[in-house]
Design a protein around this ligand. Sequence first.
Ligand code: ADP
Length: 422
Amino acid sequence: MNPLLLPLLLLCLVAAGLTAALLRGRKAHAATRSRARQEHALQAQQARHAEQLAQRNAQLEATLGSMVEGVVVMDPEGRIREINPAAADLLDLDLTHDAGQAFAQRVRNAALQRLLDTALGLLSDPDAEDDLSAEIQLRPADATPNTERHLRVEAAAVTDERGLRQGAVLVLHDVTHLRRLESVRQDFVANVSHELRTPISAVKAAVEALRSTPPPDADQRQRFTGIIARQADRLEAILNDLLTLTQLDAAATPAPLDPADVGLTVAAAIESCTANAQARNIELAVDLQEDLQASVAPARLEQALVNLIDNALKYSPEGTRVTLKARQTLDDKALAKQAEHAVQITVRDQGRGIEAHHLPRLFERFYRTDRARSRQLGGTGLGLSIVKHMIEQAGGHVSVQSTLGQGSAFTLHLPAPQPPVP
Ligand code: ADP
């Protein structure tokens, strides 16, 4: 064997070993780089996911925050997990402090709790499973009919992909306004029926008396026909007022108006009431600023004034005075800025006045301070509600001040016409 062959062989072996090691080193390096790339890609993906999640959370929060309906999300034990501002408001809960609290501890309402327990699957009654919506009433501790809340509540179980219950969600709709409107309508129908029944009963009794045997004498006949005539007038007055209210209700947005000339309208209203005032020996006095205009239909302003003057005459003793005063309440500069309620018309009497506790309800339909007296004077109990309705439809409002034994002052606050655009 060539003596050189062995070292050469050894050299080759060493070289091959070195190359293999080098190749292994390279491979390992490439693997590390690829792992780093993968980790980097994974991190980027996680960051994207986190960002998407944050975005979705923000969207969800914004959606829940802007919802009119209240939403409460509960965990399987019935603890509050999420609550939106509407639900916090409806249930009188604190957005931050009540999260994590047991719902049953914070809202004490049996019907609501039953719904929640049903949605959480805590009830043994299988029929209850279908019963996931209800209307409930919430009464705060200091409840009055006006603070009571009516809520329509839908409950739903929250389940995971395996169908296991993970909690429940309650959706709350505030139907208080709807229920109040219904109750106002029911009261109104009951009031109308009652108001109509009284004159109808009087007419029927008078007719019976006229047809009785032996027939009534001339004096009695005169009295009974007088009753029938008066009650027919009363029925007509009630029906006219009801018709006016219905027309006002129907005209939700009044047509654009020609402004009323306050002087002319007041004169027309005074003319309608003069005979009545003379009959009661009451002076009608007028104190008007010149060239006043109000942004209200003249016919409506006239009827509102007639109703107020008519009341002032009805509820004042003979020999007193009723004054109509009209003023512009803001200067031209304020008017140019389209400020509202720029004309005030006040009807002031020297009558018996109204007790303070009646004032907040005075403009309600059929509200009277003295029912018998109002009826005796031919009142329908609707006059002031018509005034309020008319003036509010024109963008104004009505106020009243009264001192018992000294008199009352009813004021119409009306917008002035807008100045023409230059
Ligand atoms: P009515 O037809 O009974 O007069 P209104 O709606 O016009 O109905 O008035 C409601 C109630 O307000 C009246 O029944 C009366 O008790 C009271 N009222 C209205 N105007 C006056 C007034 N000028 N002075 C005293 N009480 C008044």
